[in-house]
Design a protein around this ligand. Sequence first.
Ligand code: HEM
Length: 460
Amino acid sequence: MGKHRFFHRLARRQFNTEAALPFDEIPGPRCVPLIGTAWKYLPIIGDYDMGRLHVTSEKKYEEFGKIVREEVVPGVFVVSVFTPEDIEKVYKAEGKFPARRSHLAVQHYRLSKPHVYNSGGLLPTNGDEWWRLRSAFQKSLSKLQNVRQFLPVGDAVVEDFLDTVVGSGTDVDDWQPLAARLGLELTWIAMFGDRLAPFRLPSSQPLDIPAQLMTAAESANFCILTTDNTEQLWKKWKTPAYRRIERHLSYIESIVLPALLKKKHETDNRNSQEPVGLLDEYFRIKDVDFKDVTGMSVDLILGGIDTVTADVLREALFARAVLKETFRLNPIAIGISRNLAEDTVLSGYLVPKNTLVITQNMAACRQSQYFQDPLKFKPDRWIKGSPTYNQVSPYLILPFSHGPRTCIARRLAEQNLLTLLIKLVRNYKLEWIGSGTLGIVTPLICKPDRPVKLRITPWK
Ligand code: HEM
């Protein structure tokens, strides 16, 4: 960049930031001594709900507007932004190594086990170490042609699920755990190139390994929100939430480690260069070792639980529109969080470097200023040429996030979701027979708030 342009940009930036309103004038809940604004989340006196963060976000927007500041723990600020313009600025200010503040207790746990892990792993780590892991592990997952190699095995797993579980005609009280079970199997087969376990009929679900793995991953995810958003007492004493994370993570390890050792042995003794599963490729990466692969494998299980998601796929325009509309209304995460890498002006206020900002995509996606009939499920709005086609900022719907820290398994998840969606609706009719309207709860990621009760019958 020329010297002149550099100074011009610097002067413009200084002008912009100087003209901005100060950080402490950002509207937000009243702050009280010792607990800051955390009282808003307390039962009885507070009206914010950690278990329904999407409702809480809408409340914040109604009360304070498009930018909201909270002091979640004294001295620790979190800023929420609701407009696509601000969301775009947050991504632009995320720096070379985009940083989040999440999975802190997972990081603490892993660092306490140097014989198993080299670092906190991909999910919680920031900075150089995050990039070392990310750049090594993303190669096999980011290229479309690499992910396409998992299509035949994913397709076979979906087919088996439809035959064994959906097609059995058994009455199912709640489809959510079964969908999570399918998600786990799809992640496992992509990693190991092999099945974890056969599917069982809903009525005969024993407490088998897949069921226990799912419980462990879900329960660990549930405690992560608590340990991330309270005083970090667990660094000194093992709080109940920390103990639960410890117990669930060590259970996942007890299943994953022997499977990894077996897989490593197979990789070392295989003559063919053709990889069988993601781990075959991971074990051959020079810059990472067995302990790095262990951390990554547990993160894939944690990230893949509950997030079930060729030519047929490329041309499946309507199925893609259905998926996009689903994510607009019910994304997996209400938004993403970033520690700003530089001072940034958001909605006219100067937000200092290192502040944690939450992009409130889910709340924004439900606003009538961006979408007509915002709460109606209308996949047509994403079909070019349709009368209801809706062109909006690309920063509004970002279910997998954006930029270098975007979901590492995005392509795989989309491929699996489309395969399931296409095969399911082609063969079966789905009717909602549950009570009331299905809503969501937010134990870290969004989940159904009641049993997913469906009548599923073959078309013919
Ligand atoms: C519908 C499916 C899914 C959605 C919507 C989703 C969404 C996300 C989002 C929003 C993030 C945070 C990105 C950020 O901070 O910028 C993320 C990260 C991540 N996801 Fe996914 N995800 C899905 C499925 C999966 C699956 C199936 C796996 C594993 C097989 C997975 C593994 C991960 C991992 C390891 C990260 C951390 C990446 C990093 O920090 O570098 N995700 N995902």
